[in-house]
Ligand binder design. Sequence first.
Ligand code: 4AD
Ligand code: MG
Length: 484
Amino acid sequence: MKRTEIKQLLAECKFGDTVNVKGWVKAFRQNRFIQMNDGSTINNVQAVVDFEAMDESLLKRITVGAAISITGKLEESQGEGQKFDLIVEKIEVLGDADPDEVSKTVMQPKKHSLEFLREQAHLRFRTNLFGAIFRIRNATSFAIHKYFNDGGYYHIATPIITGSDAEGAGEMFRVSNLDPKNPPLNDAGEIDWQEDFFGKETNLTVSGQLEAELAAMALGKVYTFGPTFRAENSNTARHLAEFWMVEPEVAFYDIHDNMDLAEDFLSYICKYVMDTCPDDIQFLNDRELKEDQMKPQAERNEMSLIERLQFVIDNDFERITYTEAIQLLRNSKPYKKKKFKYPVEWGSDLQSEHERYLVEKHFKKPVIIRDYPASFKAFYMRLNEPQEGVPGDTVAAMDILFPGIGEIIGGSQREERYDVLVEKCKAFDIPEEDVWWYLDTRKFGTAPHAGFGLGFERMVMFTTGMSNIRDVIPFPRTPKKAEF
Ligand code: 4AD
Ligand code: MG
């Protein structure tokens, strides 16, 4: 008999239908009620066995975690909260699960800490919580592809191994197949990278942007969605060493078009996830409310998960310049009371304490900050004309900051003027021979263009309400952690 998935069963089946369901035992109570889940939905199906009519040795094998196959008839449920009971006619154990072993794992149905769940990333998929998270992660990803595909963008595969450092951050993972014990040396006694696989130094990409720009200058509207790698040793709840980035790049767009695109895009994702994952969102919403009740008032979320998603759909983001942000911060209470750890001066980068004040205390909504000082932003960002009341050079950069998450998007209008860009490369010590292919686009029909990068896991933090980035990626990679 063909298997019916639980999601489909709950949506389409009728009383009296005979079905086959395969899944894992979530709970088995009174030797009679089996809660079964197959991952297709957060909802379980309840199977009812007549234990007197069943072989005892088979009954013993129905334990939490076991994989089973049940054929039976659907009847109206007497229990609360479910429509169907599946009255067992035939039951088969496909894979046993030893209760003693299960009791040591996150499959044991009780409350586990998120840290404990992370230690069993291979099993945490089985929990209701992580089932919900990863179904929403999938919907978030699909929403992104759908948004761009429907909008006429082309998906471009940019390389994972590159010879360039797009962000100038200098925190990259080297890719090499030289023998670490006995690397070839040049006359100066240094490692001879010409002998390496690619004949030069290579690393894992930090961003697909530079390559996406090349494609945008021919195909018009493109996006990348790929893994990116940063060897920054920041052990925070918002940083991963391996994360996924979504990077649209659009010809003939300026910084304002870019902000409009980003805002529309983020609202679309929130709406798509709300529409397609109502059960999972509700589950996470209710879980968060319960968790919040155990916290002191000041640490609770002001809005629920559903309210936060709806807020992004319904409201415009605040848009300010970096210079305005500095003025706001200098007039703020924490500044006057010397509560900020880092200086608030035109020319120094905003720290997360400053961003949090602006987003969570002052505006209480997503904020786009643009026109940052050129000194601490990447070489490819477009130099602005001097502006009244602005003490130094700025670039057409934009960061989007979300409550509870911080920077979710970083982007800019790109420097399309060849001469200005060459000067920038010099100022940033980027050898022209490394980026000749990038500079070339400014020689053949250059044009204004802009784009941004969305940190995919930071977006999934927002769509799930999870507060640690390690809990929204199946196998997190962080300093000293590459298990599984
Ligand atoms: O601001 P970033 O560094 O921008 C770029 O890489 C540009 N090349 C993007 C572009 O314009 N096409 O990174 C973009 C986003 C950040 O806003 C943040 O959401 C996320 O990527 N991000 C990280 N997410 C998780 N872990 C990390 N270590 C991250 N670093 C950046
Ligand atoms: Mg950034």
